[in-house]
Ligand binder design. Structure first.
Ligand SMILES: Cc1cc2nc3c(=O)[nH]c(=O)nc-3n(C[C@H](O)[C@H](O)[C@H](O)COP(=O)(O)OP(=O)(O)OC[C@H]3O[C@@H](n4cnc5c(N)ncnc54)[C@H](O)[C@@H]3O)c2cc1C
Length: 409
């Protein structure tokens, strides 16, 4: 009899939130044994660094059902584990302070309402009641999504992990995948630091490292790790513990409450990326440059100050940065790898991997079980850009631009 650990039905490479959500959904289907192989700690890489805004309103309709699945998963996991996951359902506010952004906001509202996202317009004069720190003088339009929230991303990932284990999934740590095992155009397993594992299907959910492994199979994943970063202020009475997420496209910024302080993220006009081959295994050793975010803060502070006049006086308590894998069109990379039977991809999360973790996990698990996915994955096809070299500087620049140009969520 074959060893069910070394010869499962499905191998998932990477124990970040996506690998864990896939394991949860696959084991839930009851179609066979899944093993997750994680090189470091579960959920210790990009996942634990996320700001974890779970915004439902998206300018790309294919994303909307994936995020809504995450909210359903949170409710299911809380019930299954009998453990509240502290989803902070504070709502989100998209604000526009220019005619162009106001027009985009109207389009966002029309699109998302058609997809069943509950939203309403607010009078900008009422905003200080909801968000006391906000200077709303220049705000022309304010769109409120009452059902949005944020969550501790590590806690959500661990909930997927616990539920997956309860359903029979095997989750490993300190097992690094070194090579994909390939035979006659199909994947047959992986070689790891702890020996070989064999399975008819392998999912690459190795986050920013996925491109290096996929290259072994001759496929260029169309994404690159781009710097994402945010700052957290010291607690201050002007920041209520519960108030809405605020998305400020005019300032290329977003905010959310964080234990009495304010978490704010800034997108640079010119984002920076790293060659995936140069990524260290441990993100604690990753540097996007020498400035530790100070240059971005200097560049973005002026724009944000228009809405947060107190910014220059605030004490910054933490700076968090990490790689977010971006594609040129801001959409994920999900589905079968062209030319390699049995190899599925789940990466390219464009700063939305926590928000869409439920939908991605369910969709990819269903594909791995040879069933029709519950969502249309056409927009996420891995080969939609044709043949791509993810290590080429010109291609990486296209991915950087996708982050700089992001306006919603
Ligand atoms: C600063 C920042 C803010 C963010 N804010 C948000 C937000 O507000 N909302 C949101 O939805 N998303 C946000 N994101 C994006 C989100 O964090 C990612 O989309 C998500 O965590 C991706 O999950 P993952 O499982 O693909 O990757 P990871 O969490 O990086 O997991 C990949 C795993 O694969 C493992 N691995 C790699 N290579 C191997 C190998 N050879 N063998 C075995 N294991 C391997 C790694 O060790 C790692 O644990 C943010 C990201 C950053 C950096």
């Amino acid at each position: 009899m074959s060893d069910p650990v070394a010869s499962p039905d499905l191998i998932v490479v990477g124990g970040g939130i996506l690998g864990l959500s896939i394991a949860y959904h696959y084991s839930r289907l009851g179609r066979g044994r899944v093993v997750v192989l994680e090189r470091q700690m579960l959920a210790g890489a990009a996942t634990s660094r996320a700001a974890a805004l779970l915004t439902q309103a998206r300018s790309q309709p294919a994303l909307i059902p994936l995020v809504r699945q995450t909210y359903r998963d949170i409710a299911d996991l809380e019930q299954m584990l009998d453990d509240p996951l502290d989803l902070h359902r504070v709502g989100s506010l998209h604000l526009a302070a220019s005619a162009d952004r106001a027009r985009e906001l109207k389009e966002l509202a029309d699109l998302n309402e058609r997809h069943g996202v509950r939203m309403r317009w607010l009078d900008p004069r009422d905003l200080p009641l909801l968000v006391p720190w906000l200077n709303a003088e220049s705000v022309q339009a304010a769109l409120f999504t009452p059902d949005d929230g944020y969550i501790d991303p590590y806690r959500l990932a661990q909930a997927y992990a616990r539920a997956a284990r309860q359903q029979g999934a095997i989750l490993t740590q300190n097992v690094a995948v070194q090579h994909l095992l390939l035979e006659s155009g199909r994947v047959t397993g992986v070689r790891t630091t702890q020996g070989d594992y064999h399975a008819p299907r392998v999912v690459l959910a190795a986050g920013a490292w996925s491109a290096v492994l996929a290259r072994q199979a001759g496929f260029g994943i169309p994404s690159t790790p781009v710097r994402s970063q945010y700052w957290i202020t010291a607690p201050h009475p002007r920041f209520p513990r519960q108030h809405p997420l605020v998305i400020l496209p005019d300032a290329r910024a977003y905010t959310r409450p964080e234990v009495g302080g304010l978490l704010f993220g800034l997108r640079e006009a010119r984002s920076v990326s790293v060659d995936p081959r140069d990524l260290p295994d441990d993100l604690a050793n990753l540097s996007f440059g020498d400035d530790q975010g100070w240059a971005s803060l200097g560049e973005g502070a002026g724009l944000l100050e228009r809405f947060l006049p107190a910014l220059p006086e605030l004490a910054i308590q933490s700076y968090i940065t990490g790689p977010s894998t971006y594609t040129p069109d801001g959409l994920f990379v999900l589905g079968a790898t062209p030319g390699v039977a049995g190899l599925l991809l789940a990466t390219g999360c464009c700063g939305a991997g926590i928000a869409a973790s439920g939908g991605i996990g369910r969709a990819v698990a269903t594909l791995a079980a040879d069933k029709e996915p519950p969502f249309d994955l056409g927009a996420f096809r891995p080969d939609r850009f044709g043949v791509v070299d993810p290590f080429d500087p010109d291609f990486r620049r296209r991915c950087e631009q996708a982050r700089s140009g992001k306006r919603s969520g």
